[in-house]
Design a protein around this ligand. Structure first.
Ligand SMILES: Cc1ncc(COP(=O)(O)O)c(C=O)c1O
Length: 288
């Protein structure tokens, strides 16, 4: 039985209960974060907490995220995943409990704070080398997907569409632009330049995305943040996704058509290597 964090308490998961009046349950009125750990060391936790801080501010939910650093650490220990090669902490904050009515509660209520930790398995070298496949699908989300809300129904449908099609990822397309995946950011490589959508309201500003862009620049790989037209996809030399559990994930086929020679390309490979080097660097930084 795993131990979860709920509203200040560490509890066996089956004892953690929330009210049917929780606005997260009724309205998806909340935000979430997922922070990866490698060998028990957080990977850019500050960036995840910053995104959470910004999301809470936009949602007008008053909660101080500082206390969550300790929650992350303790959940790893409580659940025996401190030594796992890769683990993550999922954290969700909703507006709290109030009788069902659309506007925010007139009197402030305590936000509901829930978190759990679990190990996850990095892909084997063999899986990575084989590459991943994707389909393009219409983006059916609202126009503030830069806020990491728990309202993920269109993302659920996007991912399910990929599963139904027997592929690993879905590229969400809006107004002819290939924006991002169901749970990861999307990149193309065109003539040696790494291209990804700029940070606007139509993509989630991924932490992995920002790290990979910085690593590309540091390694002398040209970077351009601009929309990628769906018509450009057949002409891409390489395509890849980034995300907390996707890391740098090469896409070798889109809508049944090979990308490049159908194998992970050199730029994706270089960025994946640089990413794992960054993981190793972070593991070496003393905490405290
Ligand atoms: C829609 C979407 N895009 C991108 C990402 C990648 O973000 P990160 O790299 O911070 O995990 C996620 C992660 O959950 C996501 O849901």
């Amino acid at each position: 039985m795993s131990t979860v964090f709920l509203n200040g308490e560490y509890l066996p998961k089956d004892e953690a209960k929330i009210s049917v009046d929780d606005r997260g349950f009724l309205f998806a009125d909340g935000v979430y974060e997922v922070t990866p750990f490698y060998a028990g060391v957080p990977f850019h936790l500050e960036r995840h907490l910053d995104r959470l801080r910004r999301g809470l501010a936009w949602m007008r939910i008053d909660f101080d995220v500082e206390s969550l650093v300790e929650v992350h650490e303790r959940l790893l220990d409580e659940n025996g995943v401190r030594d796992a090669e890769s683990s993550l902490v999922y954290l969700q904050i909703t507006r709290g409990v109030a009788p069902r009515s659309h506007p925010f509660p007139a009197e402030p209520v305590e936000p509901t704070v829930y978190a759990f930790a679990k190990a996850w398995t990095r892909p084997s070298d063999e899986t990575w080398e084989k590459g991943y496949t994707a389909i393009t699908i219409p983006d059916r989300r609202w126009t503030r997907v830069d806020v990491k809300t728990i309202a993920l129904l269109p993302n659920v449908f996007a991912y399910q569409a990929a599963v139904d099609a027997g592929v690993t990822d879905a590229i969400q397309v809006r107004d002819g632009i290939a924006l991002e995946g169901a749970h990861n950011n999307f990149f193309g490589v065109f003539d040696g330049t790494v291209v990804t959508h700029p940070k606007t309201n139509v993509i989630l500003p991924g932490v992995t995305r920002s790290v990979v862009l910085e690593l590309a620049a540091a390694n002398g790989i040209p970077v351009e943040e601009r929309p990628i037209q769906v018509e450009e996809l057949p002409h891409a030399d390489e395509l890849f996704f980034t995300g907390t559990s996707s890391e740098v994930r090469p896409t070798v086929e889109v809508d049944g058509r090979k990308v490049g020679d159908g194998k992970p390309g050199p730029v994706t490979r270089a960025l994946s290597k640089a990413f794992m080097k960054e993981v190793e660097r972070m593991k070496g930084i003393p905490r405290g």
